[in-house]
Design a protein around this ligand. Structure first.
Ligand code: NAD
Ligand code: TYD
Length: 355
């Protein structure tokens, strides 16, 4: 049995679905179901006894203690977080609470559970912390990509809160011996991605005939990894990662945002051509830049490849085609997540431009 936090979010739900597609080892899924958590992502597991869903906060010590005592997991995989940079700029409080205080409380609960485990369960136990490349800050055009040895230089409330959580995880290993592993991954994309993030936002706005809001000059660079590849990396690190180590995970796919938006438009032009024959690219609109916007992220993923033999299976071309097709095939999922609170967010962030 494994315990996953945040398993109703984008990456967590993909992870749970992939895990149960490949193994019969049950999953306890602890998720608060914030705006970003969605049980529809897990609808295919309804009635499946291998998936135990628990709605709750990872900072609720009584609940987490009870779940650990009851289910006795061999590993805890920590996905839950507030994850959107723009929301962290508007309101950092939840990010401090969940990403820092929540991770601290979870670590304390796990430490108490792990300390009392008998051998050989104690030696076999793992705490895997899912983190981001954004903790390393920003790169200039000619800088080498982020290696695990780069200094932490987070620039947004989101990345600062994730950096703090990484430090707590590291300290719980060095001070208490908790058997931890950390992954720092680049930008994911794929099915069940909430349409506040770049790629799904562009797909759903394009189809709704709305502007495609590109921040600033659109030449900010991100590395993109198909979410299923991130999930396979996490499984591999859980299986064979060295205790206390961090592993950078990336897709070797550095691209400027404008290229991403053009690719999405080109695919939609092919798969769902507009009635008037025009391109979705005509909807691209430049909007004011994000404050403190990191210019470039890039990942050096050679350590995980060298030590654990992990490599992404998808290229950007294959992954983005699957992703666009998934959104075309799931209009009800999109419609359901675009509820009142989603509309409020779009209005707050984009005002009249994209609301
Ligand atoms: P997400 O926002 O889609 O999902 C987060 C999930 O955590 C939601 O289901 C939410 O309900 C849950 N949650 C939030 N606060 C909680 C709390 N206090 N207690 C319990 N559950 C809570 O995020 P995501 O994109 O799936 O990211 C998952 C993890 O991966 C995060 O830790 C994030 O920092 C990291 N990460 C994300 C990316 C990316 O591109 N999305 C890249 C690298 C790392
Ligand atoms: P995002 O998906 O929010 O991920 P992150 O900020 O964590 O990298 O944004 C990816 C890039 O796309 C980032 O440089 C900001 C940019 N962006 C836009 O240009 N317009 C948008 O509407 C959004 C949401 C993001």
């Amino acid at each position: 049995m494994i315990l996953v936090t945040g398993g109703a979010g984008f990456i967590g739900s993909n992870f749970v679905l992939d895990w149960l597609a490949q193994s019969d080892e049950p999953v306890v899924n602890l998720d608060k179901l914030t705006y970003a958590g969605n049980l529809e992502n897990l609808a295919s597991l309804q009635g499946d006894a291998r998936h135990v869903f628990v709605q709750g906060d990872l900072g609720d010590r009584v609940l987490v203690d009870r779940l650990l005592a009851q289910h006795r997991p061999r590993a805890v995989l920590h996905f839950a977080a507030e994850s959107h940079v723009d929301r962290s700029i508007h309101g950092p409080e939840d990010f401090i609470q969940t990403n820092i205080v929540g991770t601290f409380r979870l670590l304390e609960a796990v430490r108490a559970y792990w300390s009392a485990l008998p051998e050989p369960e104690k030696t076999a136990f793992r705490f895997l912390h899912v983190s981001t490349d954004e903790v390393y800050g920003t790169l200039r055009q000619d800088d080498p990509p982020f290696a695990e040895t780069n200094a932490y230089e987070p620039n947004s409330p989101y990345s600062a809160s994730k950096a703090a959580s990484d430090h707590l995880v590291r300290a719980w290993h060095h001070t208490y011996g908790l058997p931890v592993l950390t992954t720092n991954c680049s930008n994911n994309y794929g099915p069940y991605h909430f349409p506040e993030k770049l790629i799904p936002l562009m797909i759903v706005n394009a189809l709704a005939d709305k502007p495609l809001p590109v921040y600033g000059d659109g030449m900010q660079v991100r590395d993109w990894l198909y979410v299923k590849d991130h999930c396979s990396a996490i499984r591999r690190v859980l299986e064979a990662g060295r205790l206390g180590e961090t592993y950078n995970v990336g897709g070797w796919n550095e691209k400027p945002n404008l290229d991403i938006v053009h690719t999405v438009c080109t695919l939609l032009d092919e798969l769902r051509p507009k009635a008037d024959g025009s391109s979705y690219k005509a909807q691209i609109t430049h909007v004011p830049d994000r404050p403190g916007h990191d210019r470039r992220y890039a990942i050096d993923a050679r350590k995980i490849e060298r030590e654990l033999g992990w490599k992404p299976a998808e290229t950007f071309e294959t992954g983005i085609r699957k992703t666009v097709q998934w959104y075309l095939d799931h209009p009800e999922w999109v419609q359901h997540v675009q509820n009142g609170s989603y509309r409020d967010w779009v209005h707050k962030q984009y005002g009249a431009v994209a609301a």
